[in-house]
Design a protein around this ligand. Structure first.
Ligand SMILES: Cc1ncc(COP(=O)(O)O)c(C=O)c1O
Length: 383
């Protein structure tokens, strides 16, 4: 009998979701510091009040909706609202498209990179595990370089990997680095912009955590630096964390080019890529974000500021409970830190119902404030 499915090659489970599954199976005792979701003090995903208000208006509008297909590029009012967040308030045109979350934005931009003729991605590691999978899926080659030198982010290894005979796309995270939480400095971004000026290279910027570093505008600083230096840059943005809209799969891809004549053709490529992947991105999240920025933007900004300070205090609190050799690993921003734990210690922590990825990455936002002390004690018990 012909049984093609039995010959299918082995596929590993996603490394982050596999740990989250173990945490779910462990029940309410579990401290789940795996998937990047922001959890409140009752152990539930945070839902922003401004999003609830926008979602209620969206729900009302559904009784009159014709449920027609959206434009392939997405809902214009949504794209205008987030263009302001990502690129500042201006009438300049940008190539852009709505995507299925930040993952869809990354997949779209990688396909655009390929269409632009790049073959090679310079990938500073460690990085978000899915970057490797996304690059594999796009058929591009990878050159891995060290993101950290002496446990501190450095642009130097990245710049030394550049070779003008081989145009490359440099895959960077704008901030709140996943998995380390440790970000490049403003000087690093300026140094990179200088190194890339008049070069054949471009930047692929993953921007999944706008607002969780220093602030909404402050976190977009790397984009301003690259744009002002006319460095071709593709941005992959996500509403999953800063609007707490994970399941609605809401994101966007942007291209910054210094030649505005290129914009219509890039937009055509964006639409074609979207059409090949899933036609158009889903609209519910886009419409909710559009309503939010028309009606509840100030409230959203306040709530995001508050979330940022909650994450900061959870980080400080955990830091205060751990010994000296853990301090530097918790110096960063955003949701993540990569603790200096061995695989044996991480497995030992699983037996004590603490779940993190096998590289020692913890999502601090996933641990309710009231359980940070318990997390600290359990980590201390295995080191
Ligand atoms: C660095 C990074 N990029 C992109 C994403 C994608 O987010 P989503 O597809 O959920 O919007 C994530 C999510 O964890 C991330 O950490």
């Amino acid at each position: 009998m012909n049984a093609p499915f039995s010959k299918i090659p082995n596929a590993s489970p996603d490394p982050i979701f596999a740990i989250a599954q173990k945490a779910r199976e462990a029940g309410p005792e579990a401290i789940d510091a795996s998937v990047g979701v922001i959890i409140d003090d009752e152990g539930k995903p945070v839902v922003l009040e401004s999003i609830r208000l926008a979602a209620a208006l969206y729900a009302e509008s559904l009784s009159k909706s014709d449920f027609n297909y959206p434009p392939l590029s997405g809902i214009p009012g949504y794209l205008d609202a987030i263009t302001n967040l990502v690129l500042g308030n201006s009438d300049e045109p940008y190539a852009r498209i709505a995507t299925t979350g930040g993952t869809g934005a990354n997949a779209t931009n990688l396909r655009l990179i390929k269409a632009l003729g790049y073959e090679n991605i310079i990938l500073p590691t460690p990085t978000w595990a899915n970057h490797h999978q996304l690059i594999n899926g796009s058929g591009l080659c990878v050159t891995e370089v060290n993101y950290l030198i002496d446990e501190t982010p450095s642009i130097d290894a990245i710049i030394s990997a550049l070779n003008s005979d081989q145009p490359s796309a440099i895959y960077l995270q704008a901030g709140c680095h996943n998995p380390t939480g440790l970000d490049l400095s403003e000087d690093d971004w300026n140094k990179l912009a200088e190194a890339l000026t008049d070069s054949p290279h471009c930047v692929l910027l993953d921007f999944a955590y706008q607002g969780f570093g220093k602030g909404i505008e402050e976190d977009a600083k790397p984009i301003q630096i690259l744009k002002n230096a006319s460095i071709p840059t593709l941005i992959s943005w996500s509403a999953s964390k800063n609007h707490c809209l994970y399941g609605l799969r809401t994101g966007a891809a942007f291209a910054i080019t210094n030649n505005s004549d290129d914009i219509p053709m890039i937009n055509r490529h964006y639409s074609m890529i979207s059409r090949q992947l899933y036609s158009a991105a889903p609209t519910s999240g886009q419409l909710i974000v559009e309503i939010l920025h028309n009606k509840f933007a100030d409230q959203w900004r306040m709530e995001l500021d508050e979330l940022r300070s909650i994450l900061r205090s959870r980080r400080e609190s955990l830091k205060s409970k751990l010994p000296d050799d853990f301090q530097q690993s918790l110096d960063g921003h955003g949701l993540y830190a990569r603790l200096p734990l061995s695989e044996e210690q991480i497995l030992e922590l699983q037996k004590r119902n603490v779940f993190m990825t096998m590289d020692g990455r913890i999502n601090i936002a996933g641990v309710p404030t009231g359980r940070i002390g318990e997390l600290g004690e359990k980590i201390n018990s295995v080191i």
